[in-house]
Design a protein around this ligand. Structure first.
Ligand code: GLA
Length: 644
């Protein structure tokens, strides 16, 4: 009676009767695996439920394969729902769920509320992960806190449309079923054809939401990310500074300043190709803008390298503008349906990446671009959802495009990485529209939001970090007032928020004062000295609501501890003034390496002073940023080291 995890029809027979065929446990190098084989009692459909329990992770990975046998039975076999797994929780009253909702420029907003009796569905029908929801849920008994209590977490590793439904029965039992696809999509299987789902990951912890996040981060580092150990370079991205006005002189002027500050990677964003003077044209025409770059892009990229930086470029391979040479040559390449409109969004149409010739075309020009410009980095964008998602030539198999589009994006990224081992890739979809454990297998960083306002970003980072690791979370220092919100914030606060992730700069450096530039190079130097701890350490979220109250994020890696401390409202009296740290060795002594801000007072830190871990975790420390009276937007970075 519940939400079906597997739904199939055999001609007019719309139900499954599965029987167990066999159970095969098998020991893999780093995990134990179990395959449970089932088959329909009458029709030629086989189902294998697979589960993998890693030796070094609390995560269990599950997936499903369905296969139509080759028996000569002419009945059409259609699958309308194929989830990766269903997870069942014990009967209890008072369950609560956590998840994130959002929109463009407002992604990863954490919501935590009672799990209603009934069915609660999060979904994307957009062909991408989406801004409105993200494919994970956490369930707790109702009183779990950041540091204490049980949490069950479930995350789908998929970057196309998806659906996750939590069912809560009146008797108290809860279940979560998650998988790709959405309602109305159907896959008709030819004899011998099989479909394998993406993995769904599940984990349990007794240590609160913080421990759940740390377990997700650990798992991602061990089993998902392609370059988990690599320190991420400090990046500059040109988008907010120049938008479409990309010229060699303009980019090099920014690059010169960026390099002098210590930036290590310079990324040229949208506006370099076709006749791309605004967002109405040229997607698909991936050659250098002939008026702006008559001699090609080599000069610009050589210039960036001569300044000692790596070089990156923005692309949007799955898209085409009607106003482009590509569309004139291949109007049939887009997602489309007979007798239906081709709706545009941001003046663009979606290329059907499921078509092998589109996939091969994209791989070919991307490969050439990376080779010719010797690129270190691609920012892979995807700026609109699917509509009229048809593939007339594919007939009854056309809905496979919802799967194959995503898998071909993965394939192109994977092949590019194989051919160019130095290449790093960032996933972007109009900000944070394609952030998930599927795309993270092929990308090193993701862009969580086009909103770079530091206060809004604190909220975004808070939701993002619930399951995704900090080493993937790109964050820029923008101009002030912020181009998205108009809000003015001090450079220090902007840096400290961006430093809580992978630091980048997005402001128009040609307009920054000498004093700001001097400060910027000091912050970049400070970030480099602790970035390993921030990017790879264990994360503890401390204090009140980020962006609204006194809050902090703490990172621990080996003996090193970094704490970033925020206070957006200077005159706020609410919330503790003492910041209690977490995750330290209670018996060890910690020395203050960097005390953060200026200021003197009882308990305020000074470099060289020493505290027991137990004191820092029970009494806490005081930072100038958290003192009750002061300006808005105060922040500190405190660095501690455990003494041997
Ligand atoms: C999207 C991205 C931005 C920028 C623009 C370029 O909105 O999220 O970061 O790259 O596209 O058009």
């Amino acid at each position: 009676m519940g939400v079906p995890s597997l739904q199939a029809a055999f001609g007019q027979v719309r139900s499954l009767e599965l029987r167990l065929v066999g159970v095969s446990p098998c020991a893999e190098a780093a995990a134990d695996r179990l395959d449970i084989a089932l088959e329909d009692r009458h029709f030629p459909l086989e189902v294998v439920l697979s589960a993998r329990a890693w030796h070094d992770s609390d995560v269990i990975e599950r997936w499903v394969t369905v296969r139509r046998r080759t028996d000569a039975d002419g009945t059409p076999v259609t699958v309308t729902r194929l989830d990766s797994g269903s997870w069942f929780l014990p009967d209890a009253t008072g369950y609560r769920y956590s998840g994130v909702f959002g929109a463009w420029a407002e992604e990863f907003q954490l919501q935590r509320a009672p799990l209603p009796i009934g069915e609660l569905t999060f979904t994307s029908r957009q062909g991408i992960t989406g801004h409105q929801a993200n494919p994970w849920i956490m369930i707790d008994p109702g009183d779990t806190t950041e540091e204490h209590g049980p949490v069950w977490g479930i995350a789908l590793a998929w970057s196309g449309s998806w659906r996750l439904t939590a069912t809560h029965r009146p008797e108290g039992g809860a279940a979560v079923s998650a998988g790709f696809g959405h309602e109305g999509v159907r896959w008709t299987l030819a004899p011998g054809q099989e479909i394998t789902t993406p993995p769904v990951l599940g984990l349990y912890t007794g240590g609160g939401f913080g421990a759940a996040s740390r377990a997700w981060h650990d798992h991602a580092r061990r089993h998902i990310l392609p370059t988990p150990q690599e320190e991420r370079p400090v990046l500059y991205n040109s988008w907010e500074a120049t938008t479409f006005d990309v010229t060699e002189a303009g980019q090099l002027a920014l690059a010169k300043i960026a390099a002098s500050l210590g930036v290590e990677l310079f990324v040229v964003d949208d506006g370099w190709f076709g006749t791309r003077d605004d967002d109405t044209r040229s997607l698909g025409d991936w050659w250098p803008h002939r008026e702006r770059f008559p001699d090609g892009l080599r000069g610009l990229f050589d210039g960036i390298r001569e300044l000692g930086m790596k070089a990156g470029l923005w692309v949007e391979p799955e898209m085409v503008n009607a106003d482009s040479e590509l569309y004139q040559a291949h109007p049939e390449w887009i997602l489309r349906m007979d007798h239906r409109r081709n709706d545009e969004k941001r003046s663009q149409l979606v290329l059907n990446f499921a078509r092998p010739e589109v996939r091969d075309w994209a791989l070919d020009w991307l490969d050439r671009l990376v080779t010719e410009l010797d690129l270190d980095y691609l920012k892979w964008d995807m700026n609109r959802p699917f509509t009229q998602a048809g593939w007339p030539e594919a007939g009854p198999a056309q809905d496979l495009l919802w799967i194959e589009h995503t898998r071909n994006v993965y394939r192109v990224m994977r092949t590019l990485r194989e051919r160019h081992p130095r290449l790093r890739i960032e996933s972007c979809a109009g900000g944070g529209g394609r952030v998930d454990f599927g795309i993270m297998r092929y990308t090193d960083e993701v862009w969580p939001s086009d909103n770079t306002d530091p206060r809004d970003r604190q909220t975004v980072h808070h939701g993002f970090s619930q399951i995704y690791p900090i080493s993937t979370m790109s964050a820029w220092v923008p101009d002030s007032p912020n181009p998205n919100t108009g809000r003015a914030t001090p450079l220090r606060y902007r840096f400290h928020v961006a430093m809580s992730g992978v630091l980048g700069i997005g402001g128009d450096l040609t307009t920054w004062s000498q004093e700001d530039l001097d400060q910027a190079s000091r912050f970049i130097r400070a970030y480099k000295s602790v970035r390993r701890v921030i990017q790879q350490g264990r994360l503890h979220r401390l204090g009140g609501i980020p962006g609204q109250e006194r809050s902090a994020v703490q990172y621990v890696l080996g003996d090193d501890v970094v704490v970033l401390i925020y206070n957006p409202y200077g005159n706020a009296k609410r919330g503790p003034r003492w910041l209690r740290l977490a995750g330290l060795d209670p018996d060890a002594l910690y020395e203050v390496v960097d005390a953060g801000g200026p200021g003197k007072g009882p308990g305020l830190l000074e470099p060289g002073s020493r505290y027991h871990g137990s004191v820092l975790m029970s009494v806490g420390l005081r930072s100038a940023a958290w003192e009750p009276i002061g300006a808005d937007y105060r922040s500190d970075m405190i660095v501690l080291r455990k003494l041997g």
